[in-house]
Design a protein around this ligand. Structure first.
Ligand code: NAD
Length: 263
């Protein structure tokens, strides 16, 4: 039997929900009628959810196995079950390959962007199994599909999480447990606000021009992809990596997107 709960019967856990894509996803799911457990390590910034009826917030550092187990327990205690999870928490990180702290930066990137997702999936699995199915989404990145200069730590972690999604998509499919990833391109969130805070600058503009749609994405555009992949509409989709990137990963990279259009 396919797993096809409409959002008004869903209870969904969103990690990294204090800011950016996670916050937008939690809000959009709640707007669509889901009950939401919104968790983050940044306790103060979770207060945006205070007083919203369908959203419960909780501190959870995704790198701690016990905190993931506690989050699943909290969702069940508050809402009676858990049917989906958007495992979205992540950290950026940049360092050239010979940076003295490079291995430390790599460890942190792997710990949050990869091991954190593994903890989340392992924590929710028994509950999904007891419900006869469930849906996971992961926030990967275009940076998990190709490489970027001086971003090898992030590229390695996001590349790993993409293949984790494929692997578990296959392993869990027969149990009606779907595992998919959203792969955002440059998106206006807390992670990128340092780049955008003072308006367009050479780095933000060079990124924007690499996007065939010639603009940055919005957190709500990433949230919409999570909501779709978690929903009944995606009931036969698993192990998929959905780029939400204005066309970046469609480009071979041989040409600047506007380079042969006379502009
Ligand atoms: P953001 O900084 O606005 O949100 C990330 C959230 O994750 C923050 O609230 C942060 O506190 C939380 N977080 C970090 N470490 C955590 C931990 N150990 N435990 C729990 N929560 C933790 O940034 P965002 O852009 O919304 O990031 C969401 C996801 O999107 C990340 O996985 C990121 O790698 C990915 N992503 C972002 C972009 C972009 O351009 N913004 C592009 C590709 C992928």
């Amino acid at each position: 039997m396919p797993h096809h709960l409409p959002h008004d019967e869903s209870v969904i856990w969103v990690t990294g929900a204090a800011s950016g894509i996670g916050r937008a996803t939690a809000q959009m799911l709640a707007d669509q009628g889901a009950k939401v457990l919104a968790t983050d390590v940044a306790v103060d910034q979770l207060s945006w959810a205070d007083g919203i009826n369908n959203i419960e917030s909780l501190v959870c550092d995704v790198t701690e196995e016990a905190a993931n187990v506690a989050a699943v327990g909290a969702a069940i205690e508050r809402f009676g079950k858990l049917t989906g999870a958007a495992l979205n928490a992540g950290v950026a990180g940049a360092a050239p390959i010979d940076d003295p702290n490079g291995v430390e930066v790599l460890r942190l990137s792997l710990e949050v962007n990869l091991v954190g997702v593994v903890h989340g999936i392992r924590a929710a699995l028994p509950e999904f199994r007891s419900n006869g199915g469930g849906a996971f989404t992961v926030t990967a990145s275009t940076s998990g599909i190709g490489g970027d200069p001086a971003m090898w730590t992030y590229n390695a972690a996001k590349g790993a999480v993409i293949n984790l999604v494929r692997s578990l998509g296959v392993e869990l499919a027969h149990e009606n447990i779907r595992v998919n990833a959203v792969a955002p391109g440059p998106t206006e969130t807390g992670m990128t606000q340092g780049l955008l805070a003072d308006g367009p600058n050479p780095v933000s503009e060079s990124l924007r021009k690499r996007v065939p749609m010639q603009r940055w994405g919005l957190a709500t555009e990433q949230a919409a992809a999570h909501c779709f992949l978690l929903s009944a509409q995606a009931s036969f989709i698993t192990g998929a990596i959905l780029p939400v990137d204005g066309g970046i990963t469609a480009n071979t990279g041989q040409f600047d997107p506007m380079g042969r259009l006379g502009q």
